[in-house]
Ligand binder design. Structure first.
Ligand code: ATP
Ligand code: MG
Ligand code: MG
Ligand code: MG
Length: 480
């Protein structure tokens, strides 16, 4: 069986053999882009090449990109840990052609890599092609269809709608059809009983999308019309953890060697066993093993937990993880920072930025955990009372109290509410927030977005928190 390290390397080597230059992952944290807080796809760092604003060094590149999908257009947070194949942070393997090769080579190489190099059985693969959309004047992707016919039985080529098979960067700009590759990991009996075709793109945990090949060939104009792009591009993204799971013959991404180190560490620290089930305890294992990666790589790339913007996204993820450990693994002390050395060692040769700063990152995480744990117990007792007296809904005022006094991010309150079959009065909560903003705007103007870039030998030293209260906490660093 190939290890995840070998699988990643084989992907990169394959594209080197096809003339690609390997480039490093861009940071997971995006700076200076008002539309994006975190990198959510491999193509983000190449945006300017597609727009023609910059010329790439090489017309063919490949990489593994650290991605985070917890905010904005792509938000998978609620799926994470509940299912077995959506992560907050994941690696997206990708290959690109900037005005060089197009559909023929992209499809041929996807096929060659998956079936020849990785030996995925042909009868487990389905592909999807854009069927066209008359209302938008978008044609069916006949070319992709014809290319696939060279490799795969026609009844395994599915036609898909715009939602899954057409990619646009925004309201205007480069766009085009995409073709996706899905793998049916069910056992023989299940496959004989139900046709896999009907399960593609249907949230089936064993029939999963692994790779998307986007063909950028149009430019969407302001008036909505499409014109052909002078140069056509290929942009692909394959979920690394999903690929590993397919190749290691597992039922879940969490059963692969990408996660076994941290899952093992969580078991050892908490004295629980991971059984891969749907129990709250198993979900907690998955949530922790997942969230630690998002937290670690974001901090290592310079995004510290804070009260606003990208920093608050990290704080929310961290608090969500802490609460899972507390409630479902019965572990009431800081746990995440203890996992850091395991993760750092695992990624030492892929993303060395973590191992180089492991002490610093661990310290930040431990402080964050301790700070939340100071109010978590009381907050959980309070939410219990609130739930007992609630009829169908948690009031905005109550959700705000949990936020303001106990540091419960709204999505944590929402999660606990939904575990108890309740919803939140979101509008009421927003109203309370607005009122508080008004109050604090008048009171003080502290910039909590403490944004620093940490390089290998980070020239800053963590000196502690300004502990104002749970929700307005400023992390201080000193230049050294
Ligand atoms: P899905 O339909 O499963 O949510 P997607 O269509 O949103 O995936 P794309 O935007 O096409 O995903 O991204 C390319 C690839 O990245 C996917 O084919 C998948 O393998 C992987 N991927 C996407 N989202 C996640 C995630 N949250 N965790 C792990 N891998 C992911
Ligand atoms: Mg998705
Ligand atoms: Mg999809
Ligand atoms: Mg997709």
């Amino acid at each position: 069986m190939l290890s995840s390290v070998e699988i990643r390397q084989k992907f990169l080597d394959f594209f080197v053999s096809k003339g690609h230059q390997i480039v490093p992952s861009a940071p997971i944290v995006v700076k200076n882009d008002p539309t994006l807080l975190f990198t959510n796809a491999g193509m983000n760092q190449f945006k300017d090449y597609f727009l023609g604003n910059k010329t790439p060094q090489s017309a063919r590149v490949a990489d593994t990109q650290k991605c985070l999908r917890v905010s904005g257009k792509h938000n998978d947070l609620e799926e994470v840990g509940v299912d077995t194949y959506h992560h907050t942070m994941f690696e997206m393997l990708g290959n690109w052609s900037f005005g060089d090769y197009f559909k023929k080579e992209a499809i041929e190489w996807s096929w060659e890599l998956l079936t020849n190099v990785f030996k995925i059985p042909v009868d487990r693969i389905y592909v999807s092609v854009f069927e066209g959309d008359a209302t938008e004047g978008l044609p069916k992707d006949e070319e992709a269809f014809e290319e696939w016919k060279k490799w795969i039985a026609e009844d395994r080529i599915l036609l898909g709608k715009k939602k899954d098979n057409f990619w646009e960067m925004g309201d205007t700009g480069p766009c085009g059809p995409c073709t996706e590759i899905h793998v049916d990991c069910r056992n023989d009996e299940e496959r004989a009983a139900v046709d896999g075709k009907s399960l593609v793109n249907n949230d089936h945990p064993q029939v999963i999308e692994i790779w998307n090949n986007v063909f950028m060939q149009f430019n969407r104009l302001k008036d909505g019309r499409l014109e052909p792009l002078p140069a056509k591009h290929v942009d692909t993204g394959m979920g690394f953890e999903r690929l590993v799971r397919v190749l290691q013959n597992k039922q879940s991404n969490y059963d692969t060697d990408v996660f076994s180190g941290t899952i093992g560490a969580i078991a050892k620290i908490t004295g629980n066993t991971y059984d891969g089930s749907d129990s709250k305890q198993a979900v907690a294992f998955r949530v922790l093993a997942d969230h630690i990666r998002a937290i670690a790589f974001s901090i290592a790339d310079g995004q510290l937990p804070s009260n606003t913007g990208a920093g608050y996204v990290i704080r929310r993820i961290l608090r969500r993880a802490v609460r899972y450990a507390y409630s479902y693994l019965d572990y009431k002390q800081p746990i995440l920072f203890q996992l850091m050395p395991v993760l750092a060692a695992q990624f030492e040769h892929v993303f060395p930025e973590l191992s180089k700063q492991v002490e610093f990152v661990s310290k930040v995480v431990k402080e964050e955990e301790e700070s939340f744990l100071r109010t978590l117990d009381k907050g959980l007792k309070r939410i219990d009372d609130i739930i007992k007296s609630a009829s169908g809904q948690i009031e905005g005022k109550a959700a705000f109290e949990l936020f303001d006094t106990y540091g419960f991010p709204i999505d944590l309150t929402r999660l606990i509410a939904s575990e108890n079959k309740l919803t939140i009065d979101e509008q009421g909560f927003e109203k309370e927030m607005e009122q508080q903003k008004g109050r604090s705007r008048a009171a003080t103007a502290i910039d909590t977005e403490d944004w620093i870039i940490l390089h290998d030998d980070a020239a800053v030293k963590f000196v502690g928190y300004d502990d104002l209260n749970v929700t307005t906490k400023v992390i201080r660093y000193r230049k050294v």
